[in-house]
Design a protein around this ligand. Structure first.
Ligand code: MG
Length: 270
């Protein structure tokens, strides 16, 4: 089964569906609560409908694991493949017209993150496609990429997601690291931010809030690891979680082992 051409077509159809809504009031019209617990917006629905339509046009059989629709079976043999998707990562950016949004699709034969075999993350604004196949490395618009060689905390461009109500607890854990950080960033679409670690645009991305959905990182997990980057739990173990719309993950993603160890040393200090 040649998945990548189909996934690329899905992402192009999603782009066509959402760009007319990008940055408009219409984008934020609400349609109840999705499987992941957030309200579904018009622009999310447009993205998901474009995805499902394209899969149906190709007569593929798969089970969709999606932030919005939950679990949805497509075709006659839906258990042959699982597609863990976030059709639109960065909904708030899309509504506000902030140009950092992506489509994320991961293909696996089991319902476990570590079994993802094929992944695509597509930058919907700048038309950049990240793809990975297990044991074959990571491509950005068809060319091999690798993470940066940066190891020092002072030099590292560091993404951290701070969006939580438990901010005091999070800041306590992060303060020793933040004291060494000079280039802090967060762009608001975590799948794409992880791809930026994969291709060396930034050096690390950290989300230890315990609230990010696995649907957001399923594809980027393979993309970063196939590129040669590190992505593990805050404790340093493999992220071994089921592909389920309700599953949450915490992680430290870095360009290389030395940078990872430098970050870990600061995080265990408090
Ligand atoms: Mg989404």
């Amino acid at each position: 089964m040649k998945w990548l051409p189909i996934l690329k077509e899905c992402s192009c159809k999603i782009r066509r569906a959402i760009l007319p809504l990008f940055g408009t009031n219409e984008a934020s019209k609400e349609f109840g609560v999705g499987a992941g617990g957030d309200t579904i917006k018009e622009i999310d629905l447009a993205a998901e409908n474009a995805l499902i339509q394209t899969l149906q046009n190709h007569k593929v059989s798969c089970t969709l694991i999606s932030e919005e629709a939950g679990i949805k079976e497509i075709g006659s043999k839906p258990k042959s493949f699982y597609l863990t998707v976030d059709p639109l990562d960065g909904t708030t950016n899309a509504i506000r017209g902030l140009p950092f949004i992506a489509t994320s699709i991961a293909v696996s034969k089991t319902l476990n993150l570590k079994d993802v075999e094929i992944a695509l993350v597509y930058d919907l604004i700048y038309n950049v496609t990240y793809t990975a196949e297990r044991h074959k490395g990571t491509l950005r618009n068809g060319e091999k990429v690798k993470p940066s060689p940066t190891t020092s905390l002072e030099d590292a461009v560091m993404g951290i997601d701070f969006n939580t109500l438990k901010i005091e607890e999070l800041l306590t854990r992060l303060t020793p690291l933040l004291q060494k950080t000079k280039h802090l960033r967060h762009f608001g679409a975590n799948a794409l931010e992880l791809c930026y670690v994969a291709d060396g645009t930034i050096d690390t991305f950290i989300d230890i809030r315990g609230k990010l959905r696995v649907t957001d990182i399923a594809a980027a997990y393979l993309i970063l690891r196939e590129a040669g980057g590190i992505m593990v739990t805050p404790e340093g173990t493999e992220i071994n979680v089921p592909l389920d719309p309700a599953q949450r993950v915490s992680f430290i993603a870095t360009a290389n082992t030395t940078l990872y160890e430098n970050i870990r040393a600061r995080l265990t200090e408090h």
